[in-house]
Design a protein around this ligand. Structure first.
Ligand code: HEM
Length: 360
């Protein structure tokens, strides 16, 4: 009994002595001093600054990782700085200048020229300009484009303009709804774009008549001037090709943004451009591709919006009788003669031929 008590006391005494020794050793080490020298457990560098390592990381170099995917090994993707600077700098600034600038320009044009009226006055007789399918294609493309433009502008400028107006909650709700609208309506735009292309491309091949129309400024700047034009005049052909090529480019870059890291369109395009004398990088990471997609999508969209504001103006308030073409599909004959004289002749001639030899 006595012996077992003695053994028990020895064990307790030994344990207490060890604990005391452990605490003494550890208390002698000042943790703050250790941190200031960078001596943290595990041989890590701690607060010690390693300029070379930091420079290596900051310049976007990749290290080693167990994670799959090329992006995981890069701790800091430095091109992100350039991307942000271009997006929030020139793209935002020049984009706003373009879209607001054209509104100011058109307001100036309107106050100088007024509404372009039908010089001969309305005849009261109409001629069919666009069938149901044409108008469906136009409004599918136009309606979706307008919503895509508004929700896209919100992504770029919303936090500076709408957020202070609406407050964080309403702005968040609007932006989330806008994001879904933007993602899904893009398909309606692509459908309208494709349909319009096939319906109207044959009327939009450049011809000699266009030179004459352009030389006369389309008759837009002077009353009583009516240069010749077929179904689409040179100005409309410019709009058509801007919408088709711009729309295609926006669609492709938009799809690449919807399904990220799947495409290498810029590397391929740069490769082609290099063949004609450019010197552009072709070894792009998936993230760099994505950044270029985003910038390109924004730039082309802003240019197209600027053009479309002018189109909407001339198709509505700017010109008497124009909107009827996309509303009822029928326009006044005098309007048609003044703006599309050769086309009216073609339609009349075709009607005459059809009358002379009616279908059996
Ligand atoms: C939202 C307001 C819009 C209005 C009031 C409008 C009005 C019109 C009108 C009246 C025409 C027929 C012109 C004619 O008879 O010669 C037309 C044609 C056309 N529209 Fe629009 N449009 C609008 C939006 C858009 C949008 C957003 C796009 C494309 C993104 C677009 C693309 C076109 C194209 C390609 C044509 C055929 C070429 C041309 O006339 O310039 N429109 N539009």
């Amino acid at each position: 009994m006595l012996t077992s008590n003695l053994i028990g006391n020895k064990v307790i005494g030994f344990t207490l002595a060890m604990l005391l020794a452990f605490l003494t050793i550890n208390l002698n080490v000042n943790p703050a001093a250790a941190q200031s020298k960078g001596e943290v457990p595990g041989q890590a560098l701690g607060l010690n600054s390693d300029a070379d390592l930091w420079r290596f990381i900051r310049n976007g170099n990749s290290g080693n990782t167990q994670l799959k995917g090329e992006l995981a090994a890069v701790m800091i993707q430095s091109e992100g700085d350039n991307w942000r600077a271009v997006r929030n700098g020139p793209v935002s600034v020049y984009g706003a200048v373009g879209v607001l600038g054209i509104v100011v320009l058109l307001a100036g044009f309107y106050s100088w020229r007024g509404r372009i009226t039908i010089d001969a006055g309305p005849s009261g007789k109409t001629i069919e300009r666009f069938g149901t399918i044409d108008r469906f294609a136009h409004w599918l493309m136009a309606g979706s484009f307008v919503i895509l433009a508004i929700t896209g502008l919100n992504l770029l400028y919303g936090r500076y303009t709408l957020l202070p107006l609406l407050g964080p909650e309403a702005y968040t709700a609007f932006s989330i709804a806008g994001k879904y609208a933007h993602n899904y309506l893009s398909f309606a735009f692509m459908a309208g774009l494709t349909l319009s292309f096939f319906l109207w491309v044959k009327h939009n091949i450049p011809s000699k008549v266009d030179v004459e129309w352009l030389k006369a400024g389309g008759g837009l700047f002077k009353k009583g001037v009516h240069p010749p034009a077929r179904k689409f005049n040179a100005g409309q052909k410019i709009i058509f090709w801007a919408v088709m090529l711009g729309g295609l480019s926006i669609s492709l870059s938009g799809i690449a943004l919807l399904f990220p890291f799947q495409t290498a369109m810029f590397a391929k395009t740069f490769g082609v451009l290099n063949m004609i004398g450019f010197d552009l990088p072709t070894a792009l990471t998936a993230l760099q591709e994505q950044q270029l997609n985003q910038l390109w999508h924004g730039i082309v969209s802003l240019v197209l919006m600027t053009i479309i504001v002018a189109h909407i103006y001339i198709g509505s308030v700017g010109m008497e009788g124009a909107l009827d073409a996309m509303n009822s599909g029928k326009v006044d004959r005098n309007w048609a003669k003044e703006h599309h004289g050769l086309w009216v002749k073609e339609v009349d001639a075709a009607a005459k031929t059809a009358k002379a030899s009616p279908a059996e």
